[in-house]
Write a protein that binds this ligand. Structure first.
Ligand code: SF4
Length: 180
């Protein structure tokens, strides 16, 4: 058997729905496991992002300094990045915040508790610091593949992964669409 491809998956500012769809491949996960090893993911207990990953599947937009740090680490250590779902590709629901800005959202949501320090920053010593605006992945790093959907259907994820494993091309628009 050819060497297995090394895969990572990560969930940034998303709802986990796209990772749930990944699990919805059900028994096809067993088939895929013959061709790929998952090195890093919410599904496995690996703390540090590894080096030498062939494919990283990213769910979610970039909303905090931690998200940006992670996507840069992923780009450095991944041959290919696949943006999975509408949040990763366009920002989707996460970018609704951009209409008003982080400050307005925090003050509306938390009132007096949303107090900030002298430099105008909200506390971020324990939780990641929110960015002023939310970004889809491609605004911060180059992305190799875009597979839309909210969530991306399991059938589309399976077909795309099989095609990547077999070195074939697929017509994404026949598999899924934005908002599906
Ligand atoms: S694209 Fe939809 S299902 Fe996927 S993380 Fe975003 S909101 Fe959730």
């Amino acid at each position: 058997m050819a060497q297995k491809i090394k895969v990572a998956t990560i969930w940034l500012d998303g709802c986990s729905g796209c990772h749930m769809s990944f699990l919805d491949m059900d028994e096809r996960l067993v088939e895929l496991s013959e061709y790929m090893d998952v090195l890093y993911s919410p599904y496995v207990d690996q703390k540090e992002f590894p080096e030498g990953v062939d494919l990283t599947i990213v769910e979610g937009a970039l909303s905090s300094d931690h998200d940006v740090e992670m996507i840069k680490t992923i780009r450095q250590n991944s041959k290919k990045i696949l943006a999975l779902g509408d949040c990763a590709i366009t920002g989707n629901v996460s970018t609704m915040k951009n209409l008003y800005g982080t400050r307005a959202i925090m003050e509306t949501g938390y009132g007096q508790n949303a107090d900030h320090n002298e430099s105008g920053e909200y506390p971020h010593l324990v939780v990641p610091k929110l960015l002023d605006r939310v970004h889809p992945l491609h605004e911060i790093v180059p992305v190799d593949y875009f597979v839309p959907g909210c969530p991306t259907p399991a059938d589309a994820i399976y077909t795309v992964l099989k095609a990547l494993i077999e070195g074939k091309e697929v017509n994404i628009s026949q598999l899924t669409r934005f908002g599906k």
